[in-house]
Design a protein around this ligand. Structure first.
Ligand SMILES: [Fe+2]
Ligand SMILES: [Fe+2]
Length: 474
């Protein structure tokens, strides 16, 4: 399963032997490149960036590192190795051989799943396209661009499936993926969080921590799919996703580290004094966290969903770590607890498990997110400070599902509209917070130099020193 880089489109799917598919994708390729030039990183197309490129899909050494201009990045089609004898592992088709082609009865749902996933990939590139202009360091700039080119590759991954398995309507969907625009009033991206702006680097780090982690859980659920090409595609995407979450987790940790240092030097945690020192105070970090956490958990969809049940029953989308779970993988007659509101209080309700699979995935996601917040808290602990960051309650600030529109505090108390209005500034970033964070965003480009509000990383990329020339600006 080695990757063929001699082709116009690098791949390990034998594109050279499938002339019709190759022609269709070579037709899409220039459109992709014009999208990249128009909507990819602003003003950075000529930079030489120290990027990694996949050379093999084997675990370990899959990456090659070197300076490349981003439009010359070798985007391609890489599938994880097939698993011999793989079966459909859940739902009503459990035990059948995994499908190598699209089952006719599930075609529309499968296309919808692939398009929805595919749409998030270019969306995040669009959301992040101005960030390079205010990078806190070369190291961070390189990480941003690495995330961006890999999200571009994730689009390739989904477009390959559309072209290969969905004929003409697949090709039309692939074009439409290049036409929608994040935040566009007339032709927006499909999911809400992907139409929000990513206006500053704190938002970027929170986004890559929280929202790329949604990507991880969606991809993990699709990696269980009975449609084998989707499973193999998403399995390889997951290896790239891990780096995106690392960028977010380490980014926020470095912001915290710098803030802790200032708190200890100034012997105060008063936001005004910390802001005067040019660092980001802890309440502001907590509000950004609250915002990104709540907007991201909405991405899992309604807590009760007949679509989720259908996707599972039909073997299209499994649960997180489906095959590691010890149950019948059909889930009939079982129930799951979801939250609702009755008489002004949050109450638990039992609903059929099959209809609650969005909630199951959301709860798995929440556990994983909270673990990383614990790792951030170790930075505070190590600095000898008693404050801690925390995930808000899952009913806080929800727009989707049965909790939409209910006013719930981060601590999980249902509050009145009046109390919400009064306290929203304590709980979510205010215009003033955003303006303050924006005021910190300058462009730091000297090798080894870092903006004042963020600590340098412990290590460079690919064992290079921290002051390595990660980006040549030409
Ligand atoms: Fe992605
Ligand atoms: Fe990602």
């Amino acid at each position: 399963m080695s990757i063929d880089y001699s082709e116009k489109i690098p791949n390990n799917v034998g594109l050279a032997d499938d002339r019709a598919l190759r022609r269709a994708l070579e037709h899409w390729q220039p459109n992709y490149l014009s999208w990249w030039r128009e909507m990819g990183p602003d003003g950075a197309q000529d930079f030489d960036v120290y990027l990694r490129t996949a050379v093999s899909v084997e675990a370990g050494g899959w990456a090659h590192f070197g300076h490349v201009k981003m439009p010359d990045y070798r985007w391609g089609i890489f599938l994880a190795n097939p698993e011999p004898g793989r079966q459909v592992n859940f739902g009503s088709h459990k035990g059948e051989a995994a499908w190598q082609d699209v089952p006719g009865e599930h075609r529309a749902n499968l296309r919808r799943i692939i398009v929805t996933q595919g749409d998030t990939e270019p969306a995040s590139v669009e959301q992040q396209r101005h960030l390079g202009l205010t990078c806190p360091s070369q190291y961070d700039l390189r990480n941003l661009f690495q995330v961006n080119v890999e999200e571009g590759r994730h689009l390739w991954a989904m477009v390959y499936l559309l072209h290969k398995y969905f004929g003409r309507d697949g090709r039309e969907e692939a074009e439409a993926l290049l036409e929608r625009r994040s935040g566009d009033a007339d032709n927006p991206r499909i999911l809400g969080a992907f139409n929000e702006r990513t206006p500053d680097w704190l938002s970027f780090f929170m986004f890559t921590y929280f929202t790329d982690r949604d990507g991880k859980f969606q991809l993990c659920a699709l990696a269980e799919s009975g449609f084998d090409p989707l499973a193999r595609t998403t399995k390889f995407m997951l290896t790239e996703e891990a780096h995106h979450m690392f960028v977010g987790e380490s980014g926020v940790a470095r912001v915290l580290q710098r803030t802790c240092q200032a708190i200890n030097e100034l012997k105060t945690d008063e936001p005004a004094k910390l802001r005067a020192a040019g660092v980001i105070d802890l309440p502001t970090l907590q509000r950004y966290l609250n915002f990104h956490f709540s907007v991201t958990i909405d991405l899992f969809g309604a807590d009760e969903s007949s679509n989720a049940a259908t996707f599972y029953n039909s073997g299209l989308k499994g649960r997180y770590e489906e095959t590691k779970r010890d149950d019948d993988h059909r889930l009939h007659g079982r129930s799951y607890t979801v939250l609702g509101v009755a008489d002004g209080k949050l109450v638990e309700r039992e609903v059929p498990l099959l209809n609650a699979l969005n909630e199951v995935l959301r709860d798995d996601y929440i556990r994983d997110s909270v673990a990383g917040i614990g790792r951030w808290n170790r930075v505070l602990e190590k600095a000898g400070l008693p404050m801690r960051l925390a995930a808000p309650h899952k009913a806080f600030n929800r727009r989707i599902g049965s909790l939409a529109g209910v006013r719930v505090s981060p601590a999980g108390e249902v509050v009145s509209e009046a109390e919400w209005a009064q306290r929203e500034r304590e709980w979510l970033p205010s215009a003033e917070d955003r303006a303050y964070v924006a005021s910190l965003m300058g462009r730091v480009t000297g090798p080894g130099r870092f903006a004042n509000w963020i600590a340098p990383p412990a290590n460079g990329i690919n064992k290079q020193p921290v002051d390595f020339e990660y980006v040549r600006f030409n």
